[in-house]
Design a protein around this ligand. Structure first.
Ligand code: HEM
Length: 396
């Protein structure tokens, strides 16, 4: 193929993006792509191009260059859609709550949530035989944690999962619009509620900052809530789901981990490298013509840096398609790089560690139910994750 060919991202890409990326890294490392929904963008696939691109100021995150009000309306005024100096101001408002030390204080509560979910999963498995690891464990764990942190009431969480899924998937335009409207409504109500009855939670603090004057507008407060809620669960669910699948397909690695549970934090890093949750959800926009990896990208183009591809680049990680929980994975880009490096990384790492410790400890006979070929993946070019993960837990 030539550099000018546009690659269409079709069905097979969702199930196994690695095959296409292997070819692109070799033959067209920076290439135009189109999705079935008609989005056209340039995708960057090699590690040596991806890492600097993530921190290149000529690649703006400011989505308002493209859409007057952002593709998701007023909810798109958050730090991940901003450049400096707005980005610095917005990130600073919440960054103290996400330091490694602040997050470490959440360990006992996260362990308690994980144990409660494991109890429920065991009971369900006794009744039904097979359980969906995503529904019972991988999803509710990060969702409960981020909702408790932000102060989202219990009864309001389920709808949010559906809308969030629609926004990140290849949904028809009318479904997308309906999800944006429902989500905007929900967040506006939530922000108003926190303003009227502030609690001891992060969202109340954010709303208070917006009321106190010029640090944060009302729209930015709702956008911040949106970003933290979506980023807080859509990704970690797939760290747990993709990681569990990888382990269950590699019994030798599962045995290594069972033999030495101190390896769990390193295994979590390897899961992030091997099959990370964020595929191409790294929107950037060229503010001028930019050359990446020898390819000239014109001004005003969308650039998507594929983290899944960069993390499997053989020039950076030897034998990249091999899962190795003892591997030195320093430098992987699953959490991005540069000023937008994931704010929630310490939380995601802690949740991942607790999730895998709990699964290993509570379910010594955990196996896949059914053939790996029958698994179904989400129809999203942005997020890389399963729709279901049926397992047997192997307890009497
Ligand atoms: C940004 C990945 C969990 C909050 C990012 C970015 C990536 C990422 C790749 C940067 C995207 C870009 O540069 O375009 C992940 C992964 C996670 C995870 C793989 C789980 C395994 C979380 C959690 C939170 C969170 C639990 C908690 C709220 C954020 C925020 C940003 C961000 C606020 C924007 C940072 C900025 O623009 O400065 N994440 N994330 N993430 N993530 Fe995460």
């Amino acid at each position: 193929m030539t550099q000018a060919d546009t690659v269409e991202l079709a069905e097979g890409f969702f199930t196994d993006p690695h095959e296409l990326y292997r070819m692109l890294r070799r033959e067209a490392p920076v290439t135009p792509v189109s999705t079935r929904e008609g989005m056209r963008a340039w995708v960057v696939t090699r590690y040596e191009d991806a890492r600097p691109a993530l921190n290149d100021p000529r690649l703006s995150k400011d989505v308002s260059r493209f859409h007057e009000d952002g593709p998701i309306g007023f909810l798109d005024r958050h730090m991940l859609s901003s450049d400096r100096p707005d980005h610095t101001r917005l990130r600073k408002l919440v960054s103290r709550a996400f330091t490694v030390r602040a997050i470490a204080r959440m360990r006992p509560r996260i362990e308690e949530i994980a144990q409660g979910l494991a109890d429920r999963m065991a009971a369900k498995a006794r009744r039904d035989g097979t359980v969906d690891l995503l529904d019972e464990f991988a999803f509710p764990l990060p969702m409960t944690v981020i909702c408790e942190l932000l102060g989202v009431p219990d009864g309001e969480r389920d709808d949010f999962r559906g809308w969030s899924n629609t926004l990140l998937s290849e949904a028809p335009p009318d479904e997308h619009e309906a999800a944006v409207a429902a989500m905007s409504d929900f967040l506006s109500r939530l922000v108003a509620e926190k303003g009227a009855h502030p609690g001891d939670d992060m969202l109340s603090a954010i709303v208070k900052a917006s009321e106190d004057g010029d640090t944060l507008s009302e729209g930015e407060a709702a956008s911040m809530a949106f970003l933290l809620l979506v980023a807080g669960h859509e990704t970690t669910v797939n760290l747990i789901g993709n990681g569990a699948l990888a382990l269950l397909r590699h019994p030798d690695q599962l045995a290594v981990l069972r033999g030495d549970p101190a390896l769990v934090p390193n295994a979590v890093e390897e899961f992030l490298r091997y099959d990370g949750p964020v595929n191409m959800a790294t929107f950037r926009y060229t503010t001028e013509p930019v050359e990446i990896g020898g390819t000239r990208i014109p001004e005003d183009q969308i650039v998507l840096v594929s983290l899944v591809s960069a993390n499997r680049d053989p020039d950076r990680f030897g034998d990249p398609a091999r899962l190795d929980v003892t591997r030195d994975v320093a430098g992987h880009v699953a959490f991005g790089h540069g000023i937008h490096h994931c704010l929630g990384a310490p939380l995601a790492r802690l949740e991942g560690e607790i999730a895998f410790r709990t699964l290993l400890d509570r379910f010594p006979g955990l196996t896949l139910a059914g053939e790996p070929a029958t698994l179904s993946w989400r129809h999203s070019t942005l997020i890389h994750g399963l729709t279901r993960l049926p397992v047997r837990v192997g307890i009497p």
